[in-house]
Design a protein around this ligand. Structure first.
Ligand code: 1HN
Length: 369
């Protein structure tokens, strides 16, 4: 990229003069403009995200999330959520690129009404034992470190059936993407609530042990038939993969929450992973198109993102903007560390925008300031 320079042949390099400025004014009056005044900005040599690398500390956010509990009811607020806002993307409420995230708190015994929208959603549970969600009539119970999906257009409502402790879970949505495309619809359930099927966790129960259910109605929807991915089997899968393979030089032992019918991402616009970093493991740096929001699920470590160090521990949330160099390390020498993450990779791949590059200088690690 250093070989490139804005004033070389083939790039816009027109110098302002009074005649040109007058001409631009004339164009502006007709709601028109001269492309060469913006060409280099709207067609950069490589992605220039407005999003900046960020880390939100759970320890700092948690008391403020709790503070919202008596301030607004879930129903008044619709959902009681503290959202994480990237300083470069405040106008679209994005945490990074086209992705939104927030921490939702539900008090003991509380429940929310049902709605549906174009934006797809996912949940990653931080704390609390009583969380449930009903997605398209299926009731699912989720606990700490469980992952669940609310695909685009599905009715959903949730609550906390514990009688003692609140639930805090993290929502991830593709709202900024849907809004950038002007494609968003939103509806309240006509009865305010769904009538769930009798069997709890039915989708999880239907797809166990690497087997697919036979003799049932064919699943034809563009998202995973499995709505919940509990932590225990996820962690076991990582421990098992760690025995069988070295993993990725950039991500350690990493697995995707897959649609078991396609092997692809669980939803059409957002993918999600859980990765394990072995004790003391430091990955190599790489970069790719696509934005990622990480949540430290277990242990403690450090990620270097665009040359900046971000130390994390359980519950912390950080982001990697598109095309930013990043690498991760487990700072504990005896315990493994796990990172949950979600991304917009399915969009990048389906549009043919996926690109990836290894960091080759300096032994594969970024210098940090
Ligand atoms: C939503 O529907 C939920 O259902 C949470 O819990 C956060 C943020 C923006 C738009 C819809 C939920 C949301 C949301």
């Amino acid at each position: 990229m250093t070989a490139h320079d804005d004033d070389r042949i083939g790039r816009a390099r027109v110098t302002d003069n009074p005649e040109l400025l007058a001409y631009y004014d004339e164009l502006a009056k007709l709601d028109a403009g001269a492309l060469w005044t913006v060409a280099n900005d709207i067609e950069p040599w490589y992605p220039q995200p407005k999003s900046v690398p960020m880390l939100w500390r759970y320890e700092q956010l948690r008391p403020l999330v709790h503070k919202a509990l008596p301030l607004v009811t879930g129903d008044e607020a619709g959902r009681r959520v503290v959202m994480l806002v990237n300083p470069g993307r405040t106008e679209v409420s994005a945490a990074v690129g086209p992705l939104y995230t927030g921490l939702q708190i539900m008090g003991p015994g509380e429940s929310m009404t049902a709605h549906r929208h174009t934006a797809a959603a996912l949940r990653f549970v931080h704390e609390g034992t009583g969380a449930w969600t009903i997605v398209d009539g299926q009731k699912l119970k989720v606990g700490p470190r469980d992952f669940a999906i609310t695909p685009s257009g599905t009715w959903h409502e949730h609550g906390n059936e514990a009688d003692d402790v609140p639930v805090i879970w993290q929502d991830g949505l593709d709202i900024p993407l849907v809004n950038a495309l002007d494609a968003g619809f939103y509806e309240i359930h006509p009865d305010l609530h769904q009538t769930p099927g009798k069997v709890i966790n039915s989708s999880v129960l239907s797809y166990g042990g690497n087997l697919l259910p036979s003799g049932m109605e064919k699943w034809t929807r563009p998202y995973s038939p499995v709505f919940g991915y509990p932590w225990e089997p996820t962690y076991q899968a990582l421990l098992d993969l760690a025995k069988a393979a070295d993993g990725s030089p950039y991500d350690g032992v990493i697995m995707e929450y897959a649609n078991p019918l396609t092997g692809g991402s669980a939803m059409a616009t957002m993918g999600a992973h859980m990765q394990l970093l072995r004790p003391g493991q430091a990955t190599l740096a790489h970069r790719h198109t696509g934005s990622v929001i990480y949540t430290a699920a277990k242990g403690r470590g450090v990620s270097v993102i665009a040359g900046r160090r971000f130390e994390w521990r359980e519950g912390d949330i950080f982001c990697v903007p598109s095309w930013a160099w990043h690498e991760h390390a487990n700072l504990d020498q005896s315990e493994d560390a796990c990172l949950f993450s979600f991304n917009d990779f399915p969009v990048m791949r389906s549009l043919g925008f996926h690109r990836e590059e290894a960091y080759t200088e300096n032994g594969g690690h970024q210098p940090t300031s």
